[in-house]
Ligand binder design. Structure first.
Ligand SMILES: [Zn+2]
Length: 482
């Protein structure tokens, strides 16, 4: 069976025609995920899961480096527990999945399937924390959560997804705030260094903060269709959950005090972010640091290639593997080299390595970059060093490109008419002064569909709100969002 290059590529809808279709085509064709018989749930396929594993490994390393340890809490949460924090219940109520029966018996107390773990973690922390000497508690868990969603899209919004949730408890408000900000910084550097996805860090407005939090911080990325994606959040929970769940400790001064807690999380949504930050009409473009295969070797099947080309390809594979490169040798006979080129382009492999009889005569291979499509004839001598350097170069160039795109699609608006024009004329972020009033935020959303993504930390604001005449108290970043 030989498939032509053309029939293959046309299976992806161009971005300019329908971005949302493009996204779904890439997810399915690149074999990242598939729909499942369970409504609203996806199956993460091995290629997609390999990306998640790479994300997980690096984040886990960074969490441990900042003093955290992993644990695991139950999937089920008794109804009475979640009811203890009123704002929290209200925030999650519409998305909760209930368990009412065990086997054939009606349960005495209904259980909910974990939408997030504050309630169960808080209950356990109340048992474990007695004295200031027990603090801080710095725990993370890798788990799945269930949020009953009406409209779903693979990786971006599904009823069940994978994530990590950090839950920490501290002696003082300052420590809790420092932890919240530290984890936001961990997310930001990870997103930029590993996913090559530039993000804006800042504080959420009151209406967008986590249910029950004192303050929520987020990182926000800009997708290629000009919509923003919330890529991670870190919450300072103040003493709200400690009061609700009675997490109390004897302080250094012997008084009984409530702990200060935080929580923070990122999810498989990051994979959706990577697809929409870097991909193009030919499919996925993966940053090398999270690519399951950083280099795919395609031997050119000519003449007796199995005796001539294949052994060289195998040697190259060994050499790259020994240099720590994730490499795949695509020696399948039933597909032509042209078909394989298109397939690995579509699946986003950062570098394709072509090797044929003529290359062997010249003592070289051809490296093809997925990001720029440049073809670089490269000597076999010193190949692994060159490939490692090239992967770093690609990683950096993807970040630069995404940052340039984000900056080009960020406008400043001083007046309401400028704001409307910027929001309707071109996708992206619009930065403007804001009065910090919820009714004004709601009016902006109703008129333009734009929400406040977050509020930058650096605050020098002078003048009136962009929408109403009240004095501005914050600068805000607006965008239409996923
Ligand atoms: Zn206003």
């Amino acid at each position: 069976m030989t498939k032509s290059q053309n029939s293959f590529v046309t299976e992806i809808t161009p971005q300019s025609e329908d971005f949302s279709r493009w996204y779904l085509d890439v997810v399915r064709r690149a074999e990242l995920a598939d729909y499942s018989p369970v409504k609203g749930c996806m199956v993460i396929r091995p290629y997609g899961y390999a990306i998640w594993e790479l994300i997980q490994q690096e984040l886990d390393r960074r969490f441990k480096q900042t003093g955290h340890v992993n644990a695991y809490f139950p999937l089920f949460i008794p109804e009475s527990l979640i009811m203890r924090e009123a704002e929290h219940v209200e925030g999650f109520a519409p998305q909760v999945a209930w368990v009412t029966k065990g086997g054939t018996e009606e349960l005495e107390e209904r259980l909910i399937v974990r939408p997030t773990s504050e309630a169960i973690v808080g209950t356990m922390y109340a048992k474990w924390i007695k004295s200031w000497r027990d603090l801080p508690v710095l725990i993370n868990q890798w788990s799945n959560v269930v949020r009953w969603e009406k409209v779903t899209r693979p990786f971006l919004r599904t009823t069940e997804f994978l994530w990590q949730e950090g839950h920490t408890a501290h002696e003082t408000e300052e420590e809790a705030e420092a932890e919240t900000r530290q984890m936001l910084a961990v997310y930001k550097s990870f997103a930029e260094e590993f996913l090559a996805m530039p993000v804006l860090d800042g504080e959420k407005s009151s209406s967008e903060k986590f249910a029950g939090a004192a303050r929520t911080y987020s990182i926000e990325a800009l997708m290629k269709d000009g919509r923003a994606l919330q890529a991670g959040t870190s919450h300072n929970l103040g003493q709200n959950f400690a009061r609700a769940f009675e997490i109390q400790f004897q302080g250094r001064d012997k008084t009984l005090q409530h702990a200060w807690t935080t929580s923070w999380g990122v999810s498989t949504r990051l994979i959706g972010g990577v697809i929409m930050t870097h991909g193009d009409d030919s499919g996925l473009i993966l940053p090398p640091r999270i690519a399951p295969y950083q280099v795919v070797i395609v031997p050119i099947q000519r003449g007796n290639w199995q005796e001539t080309v294949l052994p060289s390809a195998q040697r190259v594979r060994q050499e790259l593997h020994a240099a720590g490169v994730r490499v795949f040798l695509d020696a399948r006979e039933e597909y032509t080299p042209g078909w394989k080129f298109a397939e690995w382009e579509m699946r986003g492999a950062p570098v394709r390595l072509e090797i044929g009889p003529k290359d062997i005569e010249k003592g070289q291979v051809v490296l093809a970059r997925r990001d720029t499509r440049d073809k670089l004839p490269t000597p076999m001598d010193g190949l692994s060093g060159r490939v490692v350097a090239l992967l770093d170069e690609i990683q950096q160039s993807l970040l630069d490109r995404a940052r340039a795109f984000r900056d080009e699609h960020t406008a400043r608006a001083g007046t309401w008419s400028e704001f409307r024009e910027a929001m309707e004329g071109r996708p992206g972020f619009v930065v403007a002064r804001w009065c910090a009033e919820a009714d004004c935020e709601a009016a902006i959303k109703a008129e333009t569909q734009a929400t406040i993504r977050n509020l930058p930390f650096e605050q020098a604001v002078d003048g009136a709100c962009v929408r109403c005449d009240r004095p501005a108290v914050r600068v805000a970043r607006f965008a239409k969002a996923y």
